[in-house]
Write a protein that binds this ligand. Sequence first.
Ligand code: NDP
Length: 304
Amino acid sequence: MAKVLDGASIAAAIKADVAEGVKRLGERGVRPGLVVVQVGHVPASEIYVRNKVQASEELGLYSARITPPETVTTEELMDLIAALNAREDVDGILVQLPLPKQVDAKVLLDAIDPAKDVDGFHPVNAGLLQAGRPALAPCTPAGVIEILKRSGIPIAGANAVVVGRSDIVGKPAAMLLLHENATVTICHSKTRDLGAVTREADILVAAIGRPGFITPEMVKPGATVIDVGINRITSREEFDRFFKGNEKREAAFEKRGAVIVGDVHPAAFEVSGAYTPVPGGVGLLTIAMLMSNTVRAAKMRRGL
Ligand code: NDP
């Protein structure tokens, strides 16, 4: 029977470490601060941002939400970022994506002081990660590594296959696994005979954005499967493809008209030795790692 790698308990352990870090900084008169910039009203973003601010407060960080209007210009946001870069009480700056069309997201994200880039998306931080000197690593991939480490899954020497090469998940996940001494293969939409590659994986990371894409025959029996995907399913046909006969999911689907499925087909988890469920796996780590990055940024900026 495959072991479930429970994101909630791992996230709780990380948050306890963060709270301890906040306490120790408090003894030196420092309260780490996180500012989230949320432009306009994207309902999904509002939930994410609320969760981020709430988690910060629970752990004793200073946190604030700034909400420029939907019509804001790139220049106005650049001025805001410059002001936040200069603020001594702000250790982490996070610009919630997506941004409205008129805003040049790339220019804006590049304007964040790399020392305060708690999302780890700035090219300077991407470069440091590549160079094996991770300062602030992107939260979701950092969460993947925490799950593996805190679950006692050996990474060094393992064959790790990452499906997906985005700048925010696939690539940094592959880099972090490489720095943990895994033998890493990165796959993408042009990979030939993907199943043959994924079947070699001792650790398989799926970050594709396609519901249930990884099927049982693509998984080596006993492998560790980390499912990063978050996909919303609303059609009955798709629901049946993944969850037919699953009473708990059926009830959720009936109630909300939608359920979340990862990039791994639930049947593929049965083949694995251990896996992260969706929901309840990697997703829960992302906010914990954001808190962790904020404390790290606060320490690094003060040379602690
Ligand atoms: P992107 O769309 O940016 O990247 C998807 C990657 O998957 C691309 O590299 C793409 O290849 C690859 N891909 C697409 N189709 C195939 C295919 N048929 N075969 C092989 N590879 C394929 O997505 P993200 O990296 O941003 O996100 C990935 C998933 O993770 C999504 O489900 C997202 O919702 C989820 N996510 C979850 C987070 C969390 O907190 N748990 C945080 C961020 C994302 P190519 O480059 O060739 O196009």
